[in-house]
Design a protein around this ligand. Structure first.
Ligand code: NI
Ligand code: MN
Length: 228
């Protein structure tokens, strides 16, 4: 059994009781955050892209815990330059990690970090297919819907799909429902909504409609967790 916990926005932890990983640890400055970066005890930090609401406090957490940052090569290079350990890969690649494996999935989105020198591009945005404790979790990252989500399902049956629904910068509810149809997960969990004015959505509407398609949905308020 594994536990999925929402920390707000696109930040989630996944734990098998022995190992804990975190997705997109944006906590400082995140109006939904339920804890600070100093509260995280993690073994692995998965970062989908360089935008501030995803890379977030990854470098600080990596320094404090010694956990490596996992992501595409360019983003890992950026983090490596800040003095943290990394596990670089790229889209389509599978990484063997102490808790299981991670496959890096495509995402249609940008990826850049704002530094004092200006904008530094950090490769392609991505998502992650994670196998831990006998479960497979798909974390889509920031993306629009795309037909190759059907291919992600060929890589593995998906027990849980964590999908953005906020619209404006990512899929909205209509398109996230198309994603649900392509992925056919055992359970879907919405993310990336209501943190800012421009991504206001009703997650219950998404949940109702996903359930109407025969796919269970769990809306996790920041701080809430689900056993999978
Ligand atoms: Ni983004
Ligand atoms: Mn975002």
């Amino acid at each position: 059994m594994i536990e999925l916990r929402s920390l707000g926005h696109a930040c989630f932890t996944l734990s098998d009781g022995q190992h804990t990983l975190v997705f997109d640890p944006y906590l400082r400055g995140n109006p939904q955050a339920v804890c600070g970066p100093e509260d995280l005890k993690v073994d692995c930090i998965l970062v989908s892209h360089g935008h501030g609401d995803h890379l977030g406090d990854a470098v600080e957490i990596a320094k404090a815990t010694g956990a490596p940052v996992v992501g595409v090569a360019e983003l890992c290079r950026y983090c490596g330059q800040q003095g943290v350990s990394t596990v670089p890969g790229h889209i389509g690649g599978r990484l063997e990690l102490p808790f299981g494996w991670v496959k890096i999935t495509p995402a249609w989105h940008g990826s850049a970090v704002q530094t004092e020198a200006g904008t530094e591009y950090t490769g392609l945005a991505c998502g992650f297919l994670v196998n831990m404790g006998g479960r497979t979790v798909y974390f889509a990252g920031d993306t629009g819907v795309f037909g190759d989500m059907a291919m992600i399902r060929r890589w593995s049956e998906i027990d849980v799909a964590i999908l953005p629904i906020g619209d404006t910068y990512t899929m909205g509810i209509e398109d996230a429902l198309i994603a649900v149809e392509l992925l056919r997960p055992g359970l879907c969990v919405p993310m990336h909504y209501n943190t800012f004015d421009r991504i206001q959505q009703d997650p219950k509407d998404f949940a109702r409609r996903a359930e109407g398609m025969g796919v269970r949905c769990r809306v996790l308020a920041p701080g809430e967790s689900a056993s999978l």
